[in-house]
Write a protein that binds this ligand. Structure first.
Ligand code: UGA
Length: 437
């Protein structure tokens, strides 16, 4: 099929490349010239494992091109809207300006029979509004809402082999046609028996925020247990293992530590609360406020723990922070718990050096005041304490005896519960973690 993808960020760039990989002819459009220039040369504008290889593979076939010129979407039958919906400054609600401007720019180029497919995470009710507008300004065009569940770090795999597909479509013949068009787009994944849920717009929109709210709740639940473990001397990692064996609960997303960050979970639960408030249903998701608060408390607790281990004061103390990305295998620093802790430590007078295998440039742009260094060695030299805050594989594999030779004090805080306390303590380190004795 001929497909256009509007917005080439973490979601759109991966979606465009994967659609080409599935055999479609794809044009990706974005207003960011630098991003488009990189993609047009087959380079990924951000770190995502597997994406450079995929771009290299599909660019050569001529099936994928990138442009800043919206007019080039003309001729595509299906148009995916993949723009961002960040949190509005100073508010909980989502900022829909990019969705609105994508639709504005798209409408003049649409033809009868085209299908517009929303993938962006939007407040429930957004699709109905766009459908109404299309009905007025492009009456032969239909709209579907097809939320995306990809995780950064696994984006290519999650797009090519999703665990489910959700189609929010209108009723009647237009809906049937939209389902047929989407089935053709996703013929590859569907041939692998991927479950497909066909539903209405509000359900499709809610599926997305419900899924992210559930994941955030799972993480904050285990982090709340971590707070109790800290008070009682219990071990949250053993607790998570034990409850996780119950397959109604499951062990996934029960890793206690510094909590969730990124461009999705935090802003999605806040936008959900804001939208529920507008609908007069704020009580239904009032618990998300607590989920958010538990999550934020973990960051504060990490700073306090550093102070405690440094005998009551962090002022002037040399602190190494390992990790700036919101999670490993990503260079995304949006609402990164690691970076937030580093900033708090620096603001409170510590001499902080932060490193990350991929996220240093993005972290530097966001926090030019922080001392960001390229290598682990530069970060840990003369450090009185080391904080492991993003669990990159190379930090998980640190050898206590080797690191001991580089630092000034043998103190380590494991913000992600990924190190073996026994091995670190045996090598002479003071090892502390969140939710563990
Ligand atoms: C999340 C969802 O997992 C995706 O399904 C969804 O498509 C995406 O948001 C989105 O809305 O676009 P992502 O933001 O890439 O994906 O990251 P996750 O893997 O969900 O991790 C989120 C945060 O939770 C990270 O900071 C991670 O470190 C933290 N986390 C995760 C924990 O603290 N504990 C865990 O057990 C798992």
């Amino acid at each position: 099929m001929k497909i256009s993808v509007i917005g080439c960020g973490y979601l759109g760039a991966v979606h465009a490349a994967c659609m080409a990989r599935l055999g479609h002819e794809v044009v990706g459009v974005d207003v960011d010239e630098a991003k488009i220039a990189a993609l047009a040369e087959g380079r990924a504008p951000f770190f995502e494992p597997g994406l450079p290889e995929l771009l290299g593979e599909v660019s050569g076939t001529g099936a994928l091109r990138f442009t800043t010129d919206m007019a080039e979407v003309a001729g595509s039958q299906v148009h995916f809207v993949c723009v961002g919906t960040p949190q509005r400054r100073g508010e909980y609600a989502a900022d829909l300006r990019y969705v609105e401007s994508a639709v504005d720019a798209l409408i003049p180029h649409l033809r009868d029979g085209d299908l517009v497919v929303g993938k962006s995470t939007v407040p429930v009710g957004t699709a109905a509004g766009i459908a109404e507008r299309l009905g007025r300004e492009a009456p032969g065009v239909s709209l579907a809402w097809n939320p995306e569940f990809l995780r950064e770090g696994f984006a290519v795999k999650d797009t090519l082999h999703p665990d489910r597909l959700v189609y929010g479509v209108p009723g009647g013949e237009a809906g049937e046609l939209a389902v047929a068009q989407l089935d053709e787009v996703y013929a590859g994944p569907l041939s692998e028996h991927t479950p497909r849920v066909v539903t209405d717009y509000p359900t499709a929109e809610l599926v997305k925020v419900a899924a992210n709210s559930f994941l955030a709740t799972k993480i904050s639940f285990i982090n709340a247990m971590a707070e109790l473990c800290e008070e009682t001397g219990a071990d949250v990692t053993r607790l998570a293992d034990a409850i996780g064996y119950d397959d109604r609960i499951g062990r996934k997303f029960l890793n206690a530590g510094l909590g969730f960050g990124g461009g999705c979970l935090p802003k999605d639960i806040r936008a959900f609360m804001a939208r529920a408030g507008e609908l007069g249903a704020d009580q239904a998701v009032a618990f998300l406020k607590e989920i958010d608060a538990i999550n934020t408390r973990r960051r504060v607790r990490m700073v306090d723990l550093a102070r405690e281990v440094l005998d009551g004061s962090i002022v002037g103390k040399r602190i190494a922070v390992l990790g700036a990305a919101f999670k490993p295998n990503s260079d995304d620093v949006r609402d990164s718990p690691a970076l937030d802790v580093a900033v708090q430590l620096a603001r409170q007078g510590a001499d902080v050096r932060v490193t990350d295998p991929e996220a240093v440039p993005n972290a530097r742009r966001l926090h030019p005041e922080l001392r960001l260094v390229e290598s682990l060695d530069e970060a840990v030299v003369d450090a009185e304490i080391v904080l492991l805050l993003t669990e990159w594989q190379e930090y998980r594999e640190l050898v206590p005896a080797e690191l001991a030779e580089k630092v000034a004090g043998l103190r380590i805080l494991d913000g992600r519960n990924v190190l073996d306390p026994v091995a670190w303590r045996a090598a002479g380190w003071t090892y502390r973690a969140l939710g563990r004795p």
